[in-house]
Ligand binder design. Structure first.
Ligand code: SAH
Length: 255
C-alpha cells in the first residue's frame, strides 16, 4: 500500500529556506503554483503522492503562519518539516540527521507566572510529534543514510526552537544547562519546529520533522552555511522524503 491510497488530502512538506526545498521542487509532477500571504505554495505529486511544498521563512511566527495556511486553506493531511539545525548534544555531528520526537520553545519564559518553557494556557512545554509518522520518517532517514552516507547517524529525541541563530560555544552550553536544569535534554536547536508542532497540536494534525545538522551552534556555525544547505541538506531531504513517500502512511488518517 502506498501513501496515495490512504488519503486524498496532500501531505505538506515544509522547509524554512528556499535552498532546503530546492531538490524536492525539481521533482514535483504536475506543479501548480499558489501565491498567498506573501508565500508560494506548490501543489503537485511527488512519486505519485499528492503533496504541497512550501517555504515558511525563518522563525517561529513565519512557521506558525505558514503551518496554519497549509492546514486551514490548503487542506494538508499532515505536515513534515525538512531543514537544518545546530547540533547540541555530544555526538550529534554535522552531517547527521535528527528526527524529532518532540519540540520545545527554548525562548518561552513567562516565569514566574508559569514554569519556564511552558506555553501559557497549554499546561505543557513539550509538543510531541506523531509517533507513527515520526517512526516512518526515521526509518526513511536510516535507509537513506545507510545507502548513501554510511558514516552519518540518525538521532531521535527532543529538538528546541527559538527566534535566535545560536552561534557561540558559550551560548550553546548555557542554553543546554538551563534546559537540563528544567529536565530537558535537547539534541538540536533550530528556529521553527516547535511553532509548527504547536499549531499541529491545536488542529490535531500529524506532524513530523527531520533536521540535517549543519553546524554545532558554536562560533563556526555561520560558516559555509549556504553551501552546506545546497549541497548536503537539500540532497538528504530529497532521498529521505522520497523514502518516506514510498512507505505506507500510518500517521495520516483518511480524509
Ligand atoms: N544564512 C541563512 C540564515 C539561516 S538562519 C540565510 O542567509 O538565509 C538558520 C536556519 O537554519 C533557520 O531556519 C534555523 O531553523 C536553522 N538553523 C541551523 N543552525 C541553527 C542554529 N545554530 N541555531 C538556530 N537555528 C539554526
Amino acid at each position: 500500500m502506498s501513501l496515495s491510497t490512504l488519503s486524498s488530502r496532500p501531505l505538506a512538506i515544509l522547509s524554512a529556506l528556499v535552498d532546503e526545498q530546492r531538490s524536492l521542487l525539481g521533482l514535483l509532477q504536475q506543479p501548480e503554483r499558489i501565491e498567498h500571504a506573501g508565500r508560494t505554495f506548490w501543489r503537485g505529486r511527488l512519486d505519485g503522492v499528492a503533496v504541497l511544498l512550501t517555504v515558511s521563512g525563518i522563525g517561529k511566527v513565519a512557521a506558525a503562519s505558514t503551518a496554519t495556511l497549509l492546514i486551514e486553506r490548503l487542506g494538508a493531511a499532515a505536515i513534515v518539516f525538512t531543514g537544518v539545525a545546530g547540533g547540541l548534544a555530544p555526538g550529534v555531528n554535522v552531517g547527521d540527521v535528527v528526527v524529532a520526537e518532540d519540540f520545545l520553545q527554548h525562548d518561552m519564559d513567562a516565569s514566574p507566572l508559569f514554569p519556564r518553557y511552558e506555553v501559557p494556557g497549554s499546561g505543557r512545554s513539550r509538543f510531541a510529534c506523531d509517533e507513527a509518522l515520526g517512526a516512518s520518517l526515521a526509518r526513511a532517514a536510516q535507509d537513506a543514510l545507510a545507502q548513501h552516507w554510511p558514516q552519518a547517524r540518525v538521532h531521535r529525541g527532543l529538538v528546541v526552537s527559538g527566534d535566535r541563530f545560536v552561534c557561540g560555544a558559550g551560548e550553546s552550553l548555557q542554553l543546554q544547562q538551563r534546559l537540563r536544569e528544567a529536565g530537558h535534554a535537547p539534541l538540536a536547536v533550530e528556529m521553527e519546529g516547535a511553532a509548527v508542532a504547536q499549531v499541529c497540536a491545536d488542529h490535531g494534525l500529524p506532524f513530523a520533522a527531520m533536521r540535517t545538522i549543519s553546524d554545532r551552534a558554536d562560533d563556526d556555525a555561520h560558516q559555509d552555511f549556504s553551501s552546506f544547505v545546497q549541497t548536503v541538506a537539500s540532497v538528504y531531504a530529497q532521498h529521505i522524503l522520497r523514502g518516506l513517500l514510498s512507505q505506507p502512511r500510518p500517521g495520516v488518517r483518511s480524509a
